[in-house]
Design a protein around this ligand. Structure first.
Ligand code: BGC
Length: 819
């Protein structure tokens, strides 16, 4: 029996019923869909769910986050992890895994960089596609995020990323394009921010023109939690599902728009069909099964080992000989920092500490000392204890890192430094004779000037629940390190392309550095780095030779010239030779290969060209083009260590032009003078970034964050802002970010309606705004009136929606929505 959905049912499918779940229309065979974070493991909250985690989640394997796995440069490893996460999703009853996260690291200061792969779109895209393939191999949906140009946490829900189209496409969208084209995710998450003036979830250019029409995406676009602004505009633009739970308010707006003709039924039907298709594609809830916690823990250990990056190894300090008398020092050895804070927080099935892993590794642990308090100041007693222990040992393994409050979703970092008390301990230990091996924890680039005080440094990033075991595998030589940095470590924050402009505290974020992000910037501006993109050492050595290039790609010989087996990450970069009319960074990654070789073995390696290799976006013709003429192919061990190069003559789609070099120089100068301008303003006290809020009163609007109630005309609203700020400061002092508070402070006022699960609607939020803006009586009475109206509307609509299923309990199919 053919059964079509009513407009009410279609509209009801397009927003969440609660924090994690959509509504079902059983009579049409559409079941509810359960969505959960996150990128590096499943965070399935029990009970009613509260978005950022007061309620703990069910145990799941905590794999290393994206920033760590990207250092493996092995997308196949990413795919395996994806498959394991997918299997856990099935077992835990999760239908859509909210990940992977693949935003580009525009600045090393972004507090959420640990959740993202790289500063390079090819690395990000390759890994994102791999995760999507892995997750979806289990039958559930992946949901790559946050689409797009979501580069800072400060005011993340209200900023407008203003990016020229070429940069947007080449740097910020290419990774998503690769994930969509190569892996076909069933869902994608739009970001909080606006992209060139339109909220991402209601941006027709982004969602319809680029994502759906050009890339062929036909799945569900899910808003980030609280990221939808206008339910009707979203449907028109190609945004499918509003999360978490706006109650019945969005349904009301959608039905009103249908009636007054501002929304077409076709658009509504298309979006509802996307939900129905997704629901229909999911595994049966009855066949959940279990997952293999041991095998997944072992995979997490392997992943940590293969992703750890050896930054320094003076006089072959590493690997450590088994049986050596070892002092284990540092708070991070006792209490590991193995994942980042925020919506991605996984409740691990097990957790191994550095101390436990060292004790089991075959090293002779002669003692353990905390050395420092991770959120504290210099503690002479702890240092003295550590120094005394070090004196008795043959080697020190010192676990340093970024603490929990240093990087988190919802925050950006003010600087790149490790806490001063840790560096003081290191320098005191360095006064002694015992060699020091530093194991570093942290999810993003840090200042590394202190490396001179250590003989060896192994960066484990955030290494997941089995990370300490993976690290010990590398320290003891069980695993030969093959991780390479997927982001540049600058010498100083002033050298970064967004220096003085990150995070932006105003509403508009100008990406004026264009494509000069990460290594593209340092190479083009001629700025030395501390550790280049792609950098990492091995216990063996590799030689590159005989590069040849044909239309299929680059071919070269790689030889393991050392005395033990190991893997090299060979990187292929393109360099455009003049004359050229297209501004390009000096060198751009075009592909990579991780190659495992026995001692003395050599192999011919092929890195193929593909549709992304030489292309540039021509904004005037609105098309991808390739420039004819001479190119150079650079193959090497990192962005600054090119071992072999060869010329290649490309027959492109457009002829060679002139003027690119001048354009590049001008762009570099523009970026440098913008940074110089900001630092001059900082010195004169008119700096726009990070300064204390100005005391002023103004009209607050629906899209202002709650924190800005401090500027409201109503003293009551200002009081609320002060209370919020106090709570935040108190939470910070405890050394752990309070995610719900951070979220609240950055949340726009409209989200009081969008995220209240139906307690408030937009009209009530508007009335509240009158109150906030000083019209207390009118606001309060308006709230009461619209509250009563909304309650009765909600009651009626809910009943009507329920009675529809009762009236028509037939088993019609989801495909029939369109009929
Ligand atoms: C984050 C998303 C996450 C969602 C659900 C948001 O605050 O930005 O990445 O998936 O919450 O927890």
């Amino acid at each position: 029996m053919t059964q079509s959905l009513t407009p009410l049912e279609k509209a009801a499918l397009l927003s969440g019923e609660n924090v994690w779940q959509t509504r079902a229309v059983p009579r049409a065979g559409i079941r509810e869909i359960f969505l959960s974070d996150g990128p590096h493991g499943i965070r399935k909250q029990g009970g009613s769910g509260d978005h950022l985690g007061l309620h703990s989640s069910e145990p799941a394997t905590c794999f290393p986050p994206a920033a760590t796995i990207a250092n493996s440069w092995d997308p196949q490893l990413g795919e395996k992890i994806g498959a394991a996460i997918g299997a856990e999703a099935v077992a835990l009853g999760v239908d859509v895994v909210l990940g992977p996260g693949l935003n580009i690291k525009r600045s090393p200061l972004c507090g959420r960089n640990f959740e993202y792969f790289s500063e390079d779109p090819r690395v990000s895209g390759a890994f994102a596609a791999a995760y999507v393939r892995g997750i979806q191999s289990a039958g559930v949906a992946a949901c790559p995020k946050h689409f797009a140009a979501n580069s800072q946490e400060t005011r993340r829900m209200v900023t407008d990323s203003v990016v020229d189209e070429r940069t947007l496409r080449e740097i910020y969208l290419t990774g998503f394009e690769m994930a969509v084209r190569e892996a076909g995710p069933k869902a994608i998450m739009s970001s909080y921010n606006k992209v060139n003036g339109y909220y991402a979830h209601e941006n027709p250019w982004l969602l319809t023109q680029v994502l759906r029409e050009e890339w062929g995406f036909d799945g569900v676009v899910v808003s980030d939690w609280g990221g939808s602004n206008d339910a009707v505009a979203a449907i028109r633009a190609g945004g499918t599902l509003e999360m978490p739970a706006p109650g019945w308010d969005s349904v009301l707006q959608i039905l009103t728009a249908l009636e007054d003709g501002s929304l077409s039924e076709d658009d509504l039907t298309s979006r509802a069909q996307e939900i129905a298709d997704l629901a229909r594609s999911l595994p049966d809830k009855q066949d959940r099964g279990t997952f293999d916690t041991q095998a997944h823990h072992a995979l997490a250990r392997r992943a940590a080992g293969e992703s750890a990056v050896l930054l320094k190894n003076e006089a072959d300090t590493l690997p450590l000989a088994l049986g050596t008398r070892t002092a284990v020092i540092g708070d991070f050895a006792l209490t590991p920092r193995y994942q980042g804070a925020g919506s991605s927080l996984v409740n691990p099935t097990r957790l191994v500490t550095g101390v436990e892993a060292t004790q089991r590794s075959g090293l002779d642990v002669i003692g353990v000392a905390q050395g420092f308090v991770r959120n504290g100041v210099h503690d002479p007693a702890l240092v003295a204890e550590a120094v005394a222990l070090a004196e008795r040992a043959e080697q020190v393994v010192l676990w340093l890192g970024l603490d929990e409050i240093s990087e988190s979703e919802g925050l950006d970092r003010p600087h790149l430094d490790l806490p001063a008390n840790q560096l003081r301990l290191l320098s005191e230990l360095a006064q002694g004779e015992t060699p020091i091996v530093v194991v570093l924890s942290g999810g993003s680039a840090v200042d590394v000037k202190w490396m001179g005080d250590a003989q060896a440094v192994l960066h484990g990033y955030l290494c997941g629940q089995a990370g300490a075991e993976g690290i010990l595998d590398v320290l003891t030589g069980e695993v030969n390190p093959s991780g390479r940095l997927a982001e540049t470590y600058p010498q100083r924050i002033e050298h970064t392309p967004t220096a003085g402009r990150f995070p932006e505290t105003g509403s508009r974020v100008d990406y004026l550095e264009g494509p000069l992000v990460g290594y593209r910037w340092y190479l083009s501006a001629g700025i030395d780095t501390a550790l280049p993109f792609g950098y990492g050492l091995s216990y063996t050595t590799f030689e590159y030779s005989n590069l040849t290039v044909d239309d299929a790609g680059a071919h070269f010989t790689l030889t393991n010239t050392g005395d033990r087996a190991g893997a090299e990450v060979a990187q292929l970069y393109v360099h455009r030779r003049s004359p050229s009319g297209v501004l390009r960074p000096v060198r751009e990654l075009a592909g990579f290969a991780k190659v495992q070789l026995q001692a003395g073995e050599n192999r011919r390696v092929h890195i193929p060209f593909d549709q992304y290799t030489f292309r540039h976006w021509d904004a005037s013709s609105g098309s991808w083009e390739t420039e004819s003429g001479q190119w150079q192919l650079h193959v090497g061990a990192n962005a600054e260590d090119i071992r072999v190069q060869a010329n290649y003559n490309l027959g492109g789609t457009v002829g060679a032009g002139t003027g690119a070099e001048t354009q590049l120089r001008e762009l570099v100068d523009t970026v440098l003078s913008a940074s110089a301008g900001e630092s001059a303003r900082a010195q004169s006290g008119t700096h726009s970034v990070g300064g204390s809020p100005k005391r002023r009163r103004r009209e607050i609007n629906l899209n202002d964050p709650l924190m800005e109630l401090s500027e409201a005309r109503s003293p009551l609203a200002r009081l609320a802002a002060t209370a919020l700020r106090r709570l935040l400061t108190r939470a910070e002092a405890k050394g752990r970010p309070d995610l719900n508070l951070l979220f609240l402070s950055g949340m726009p006022i409209r989200d009081l309606a969008k995220m209240s699960g139906g307690a408030m609607n937009l009209e009530m939020a508007q009335q509240l705004l009158r109150l906030v803006n000083g019209r207390h009586v009118a606001g309060l009475s308006g709230m009461l009136r619209s509250g009563l109206r909304y309650r009765s509307y909600t009651r009626r609509t809910r009943e009507q929606f329920r009675s529809l299923s009762v009236q028509n309990p037939t088993q019609s199919r989801a495909e029939e929505i369109r009929s």
